[in-house]
Structures are given as structure tokens and as C-alpha cells.
Write a protein that binds this ligand. Structure first.
Ligand SMILES: *Cc1c(COP(=O)(O)O)cnc(C)c1O
Length: 379
């Protein structure tokens, strides 16, 4: 699904030399690489504060702790996403409120969010699934109207742009009150282990969060709040520093591969290609509204599972993200949920299939993959 080695070979010298420098200086924790990376990412994103942490799941949890969400507060998020989002809501004893997603973008459905808002609702967590932003205009408007926080789970869309209805362009993850991301190796900006970060433009919230990631300490050995230990280590920061200047190039390579996939599937009745919501008005070849963390098809003739098996048999990698709606997972099922409220998630889990997507895909590989899929689906 991803080719991490191909990418490593192209930046090997820089990564090896900065890692060996860290080994020589023993600055493993909170070293200069971490601080420099933080500044570089703030510049890239155009956000006032980046707070690095240990992984994307921690980033979400810490963002919620920083906002002071209390047990019993309701947090609305998407039913069709990775479990990390709902996991931390439950761990903090907040009440998750899962809602359906849109059929074409796979992102949280605004009318479902609106319907789910109660006097106990405190936050909305849109997940920018597969590399493009949820409808942030509508989400921010709802949040303003009902006085809610917006926490963007940006683990899959780092580098994506979002242009709002007034024409203001912002980076994914920097639009809500706080955003989170993951640097898991296969993410668009991945390190060589675990890593994550929290973004915010709010000075007071940034200060609170900097304490929370460090055991609730604002002054050494004075623990003002209950915190956690969640750090990005220097070696991972060095890897990320080598890759950040290439992130736009990586996103371009993914987009080019996506455009080729889509072209190859043109005219296929049973294969629905992913939709890009173009908020910037630029040509699809340069538009950065979608950074294709995943390239996800819908197979609409009931052959998805058979296709997965066929591709597995033919050594063509593929993935199903995600096979089970969160509201049906044992850990998160709840009698509050009603099947009629999840028509899209219930359908998408049976239709979606994600294809290999990374920065090193070539034309031959794309032709091999798309030919195999088209032949099988029409069989
Ligand atoms: C990867 C991912 C996370 C969690 O990130 P980790 O670094 O693995 O903890 C959270 N949310 C989404 C949507 C993700 O894809």
C-alpha cells in the first residue's frame, strides 16, 4: 500500500546524518531538532502554535483535555473513521455521539451533526478523511451558533488546503479551535516510529496544552493540572525535518497518481471514483484541496469483497478503510444509536476499497492495478 523505502532512499543522507548527530549529542528528548521542527511546521501551516506529542491519538486526547471538556459532555464525531477519535472521547468519560457521513466525500454529514446537537453538546470533531477537509464552513457556522468547540482530526489531511466561502485559504487542521495530526509512518508526513502534533492559534490554549503534554507542569515540579507524558522524540523530529520541505512535492505525487487512477476508471459503471470538493477554484492538476492519504473507490455492484480476495490472490495490495461502522463496534455500540440514522456508513463499509497510494507509484504499476480491477468488476 505504501513504499516507505523508496522515499527513504531519496533522503537517506540527510536523515542518516541528522540521526547520527543526535546519537553523538545524546539530545534524545526535547532536543533542538524538536524545537526547530515545531517552528518549521508552524511556518508551513501558517498557525501560531504547534505542540508536538507522541502520536495522533494522544494529540486528540490532549486537545480535548486542553479545552477542559468534562465527563458527560457530548462530543459529535463521524461514524466512518478510525477508532482513535471515539476511543479518546470515551477514555475521557465524555459521551461520544456518532453521526453519519456523506456518500460522496466520506466526511461527516452536516445535517446529521445539526440534528445531533443537544444542550450537552460541547464539541464537534470532524475527521478530514482520506485527505480532504470536511465541510468546515458549515461546521464552523454551526459551532458558532451553538457555542461549540471544533477539534479537527487532521491525521489524514496534513498539507491539504481549504478555502472558505469568503475566499480565505487555510491549511487543514488550523481552521477549528484546535487540530491534531499523526506522523505514523504511512501518513502523508510520516516519521520512522510514532509521532503527532496539536495545532492552535489560541495562545492560552497552547499554553495549557504545553503543560498537559508534560505532566501538567508549567514550572518544574509544580503540577497544576493532571497531565500526560506525550513527547515527540528528537530522532523522529529529525526525520520529519527532512520530509517537511518535501511535503508539497509528496502531495503532488499522490495527486498525480490519483488523477491517473481516476482516468483509468472513466466510464466504469460499477466503480465510483473519489470526489474532490474543489474549494480553491484551481485546476485539478494543481488543486491542493485533496492530498489523497487514501485513494478510495466504491464498488457498487456488490463485488467488493470478491475483488479484495481477487487482488490479494494476485499480490495487488488493497485495503478496506473501514469495514465496520464505529457504532457497530463492540466497544462503542450503544442503545442510543438507531440504524436508520446511519444509511451511508452502513453502505460505505460494504463498498469501499482503497488502492496503493504513495509517492513512488509509476504508470506501469497504476496500469497493472487498474486493469486487474476493471477486468474483475466487469466479469
Ligand atoms: C492515524 C489516525 C489517528 C491516530 O494516529 P496515531 O498516530 O496512530 O495515534 C487518528 N485519527 C485518524 C483519522 C487517523 O487516521
Amino acid at each position: 500500500m505504501v513504499d516507505l523505502n523508496g522515499q527513504y532512499q531519496s533522503i537517506k543522507e540527510q536523515i542518516n546524518s541528522s540521526i547520527s548527530n543526535i546519537l553523538e549529542t545524546s539530545a534524545f528528548i526535547n532536543g533542538p531538532e524538536v524545537h526547530t521542527f515545531q517552528k518549521e511546521l508552524e511556518d508551513y501551516l501558517g498557525v501560531k502554535h504547534v505542540i508536538p506529542c507522541a502520536n495522533g491519538t494522544d494529540a486528540l486526547q490532549i486537545a480535548m483535555m486542553g479545552l477542559g471538556l468534562r465527563p458527560g459532555d457530548e462530543v459529535i464525531t463521524a461514524d466512518f473513521t478510525f477508532a482513535a477519535t471515539v476511543e479518546v472521547i470515551v477514555l475521557l468519560q465524555l459521551t461520544p455521539v456518532l453521526v453519519d457521513v456523506e456518500e460522496d466525500t466520506f466526511n461527516i454529514d452536516i445535517s446529521a451533526v445539526e440534528k445531533a446537537i443537544t444542550p450537552k453538546t460541547k464539541a464537534i470533531v470532524p475527521v478530514h478523511l482520506f485527505g480532504q477537509c470536511a465541510n468546515m464552513d458549515a461546521i464552523m457556522a454551526l459551532a458558532k451558533k451553538h457555542d461549540l468547540y471544533v477539534i479537527e482530526d487532521n491525521a489524514q489531511a496534513i498539507g491539504a488546503d481549504y478555502t472558505d466561502s469568503e475566499g480565505k485559504k487555510q491549511k487543514a487542521g488550523t481552521i477549528g479551535h484546535v487540530g491534531s495530526t499523526s506522523f505514523f509512518p504511512s501518513k502523508n508526513l510520516g516519521c520512522y516510529g510514532d509521532g503527532g502534533a496539536i495545532f492552535t492559534n489560541d495562545d492560552a490554549l497552547a499554553h495549557t496544552i504545553r503543560g498537559i503534554v508534560n505532566h501538567g507542569m508549567y514550572e518544574r515540579y509544580h503540577h497544576d493540572v493532571v497531565g500526560v507524558n506525550s513527547r515527540l522524540d528528537s530522532i523522529q523530529a529529525a526525520v520529519l525535518r527532512a520530509k517537511l520541505p518535501l511535503l508539497d512535492e509528496y502531495c503532488d505525487a499522490r495527486r498525480k497518481a490519483a488523477i491517473k487512477y481516476t482516468k483509468a476508471f472513466e466510464g466504469q459503471d460499477n466503480i465510483v471514483v473519489p470526489v474532490t470538493v474543489n474549494t480553491c477554484g484551481m485546476a485539478s492538476s494543481i488543486c491542493k484541496c485533496h492530498v489523497f492519504h487514501q485513494y478510495t473507490l466504491r464498488i457498487t455492484n456488490g463485488k467488493r469483497d470478491a475483488l479484495v480476495e481477487h487482488l490479494n490472490d494476485n499480490q495487488i495490495p488493497c485495503g478496506v478503510y473501514y469495514p465496520i461502522p464505529l457504532h457497530k463496534q463492540k466497544a462503542y455500540a450503544d442503545e442510543r444509536y438507531n440504524e436508520v440514522d446511519f444509511p451511508m456508513t452502513n453502505k460505505l463499509v460494504k463498498e469501499v476499497i482503497s488502492l496503493p497510494m504513495h509517492t513512488e507509484l509509476d504508470d506501469e504499476q497504476i496500469a497493472h492495478i487498474t486493469n486487474a480491477i476493471i477486468a474483475f468488476v466487469n466479469r
